[in-house]
Each structure stands twice: as structure tokens, then as C-alpha cells.
Design a protein around this ligand. Structure first.
Ligand code: URA
Length: 238
């Protein structure tokens, strides 16, 4: 890790704006390895040096990765004037530059990865990588074998091309059906639009997995936890 300016380190770790942290530094409230440092441009090694603000350790995290069980009612964004954002739910975050990897609709629940790792996000969202995403849904209408076929063959949902093969598994076929569906794209409202095209309506949607990452079903709706090392490794190897 390259050396980092003290004021940048404190800002990145969410201790305040650049001008606020410069003020803390000039007031002698910040120490590095026990020594008061009053220069904001002081270079430190974030992984080795011990930084304290008001005698409290400021831990360093370059990247953070959280699995969120997204609740309905919050938006997949970093800021919003009307609704809570998925990022605002990650109360333990050290970093202030977290964002959701892709979007789930406001009313969709389930697996959402929240991180500040732009490279990993890019890999997971790149259309070229065809990362599989599996959803559970309840459908208003009777889902049949014809729908399974249509989903596999591709549907015209008004995009330039028909949808890529999607695997539809019927769990319950009735006036209200239950299904699991796996897609390898991420078009806006894709699952809802695919069902609309077959004359049916999604009434509940939850994401179960994204690539190798599976929703931890012990996470209550709205709860989150850091990814484990092996989850992260598997995603990166993806
Ligand atoms: N498809 C949708 O229609 N909505 C989502 O949130 C995700 C996939």
C-alpha cells in the first residue's frame, strides 16, 4: 500500500470532511504511533502505522464488502432525497465510499453486495461476463411449461435483442405461482418485464444469488454482514 496523507486517511475512514480533519490535526487531536502530528500532508503507511483521533484508534480498511438482505422500500443508490438507501443501512461501515453492485428495484428484496471495490463491481456487472443471478418470485398467474420454454428461447421485452436464455423453474403452478429464475443479464426491471410479456405479473421478487455469492438465509430482512474470506475469494475468481 502506498503512503497516504494523514488528512486523506482520516477522511477516507469517515472521520469528517477534508477541512474538518485538517482542523482536528492542527488542534493536536491526532497522533501517529503515539506522536502528535500537526501536518495534514504527513505521509503514513495505513497498514502499519497506528493513528488515533482523540485517543481512539482509527482502523484502516482499504476495501469493504458487505452482503445485505435488502428490504423493500429502500433504493439501490448511495444518495436519495425521498427514500432510505441501501448504503445507509450499513451502519458499521468504516469507509464512506460504499456503493451497491448493481440495482434491485425498490420493492425487490434479497441479496445485494455493497462495497467500495470498483474493479470487482465492474467484473460482476460487465455484460460480457454473463454473471448468473437467481431470483425467487411469486407470480400472479399460472406459470406453465410454455413459459419455461419461452424464457429459455428468449423474449422480446423491447430491447435491441431478445433476452438471453433464462432458466425458469416452477415451484408451484397455480392461480398464484412460485418460481425460481436465473438470468445472466441485468436489464431494467428485467424479470418483471419478462413475466409481463407472458401476460403475468410479479407480485414478490427476491434475489437469492449473484455468481458464486448466495444470500445467507440467516440474515433477517434489512440485516447485513461482511463477506467471509472464502465468499470474497470465490467472487474474485468467478
Ligand atoms: N428484475 C426485476 O424486475 N427487478 C429487480 O429488482 C431485479 C431483476
Amino acid at each position: 500500500m502506498k503512503d497516504l496523507r494523514l488528512d486523506k486517511f482520516l477522511t477516507e475512514m469517515g472521520m469528517g470532511s477534508r477541512s474538518q480533519v485538517k482542523n482536528y490535526i492542527s488542534k493536536g487531536r491526532v497522533t501517529v504511533n503515539g506522536e502528535i502530528i500537526k501536518r495534514p500532508e504527513y505521509k503514513l503507511s495505513p497498514e502499519k502505522d497506528i493513528v488515533n483521533l482523540d485517543n481512539e484508534r482509527v482502523n484502516y480498511a482499504e476495501y469493504e464488502y458487505y452482503m445485505l438482505n435488502k428490504p423493500a422500500g429502500c433504493v439501490s443508490a448511495t444518495e436519495d432525497r425521498r427514500f432510505p438507501t441501501v448504503v445507509s443501512l450499513i451502519e458499521d461501515a468504516a469507509r464512506k465510499d460504499l456503493f451497491p453492485v448493481g440495482r434491485l428495484d425498490k420493492d425487490t428484496e434479497g441479496l445485494l453486495l455493497i462495497t467500495n471495490d470498483g474493479a470487482l463491481s465492474h467484473e460482476l456487472l460487465s455484460p460480457k461476463k454473463h454473471v448468473a443471478k437467481t431470483y425467487y418470485a411469486r407470480i400472479d398467474g399460472k406459470v406453465t411449461g410454455d413459459d419455461v420454454k419461452a424464457f429459455w428461447e428468449g423474449l422480446d421485452i423491447g430491447e435491441k435483442k431478445i433476452t438471453k436464455p433464462a432458466e425458469l423453474v416452477i415451484l408451484k403452478s397455480d392461480a398464484e405461482s412460485e418460481i425460481e429464475v436465473t438470468i445472466t443479464e441485468g436489464k431494467y426491471h428485467q424479470i418483471k418485464r419478462m413475466f409481463e410479456k407472458t401476460g403475468k405479473k410479479v407480485i414478490y421478487l427476491k434475489r437469492l444469488s449473484m455468481g458464486s455469492l448466495k444470500l445467507d438465509e440467516t440474515l433477517a430482512i434489512g440485516a447485513y454482514r461482511p463477506l467471509t474470506e472464502s465468499e470474497l475469494q470465490a467472487l474474485k475468481e468467478g
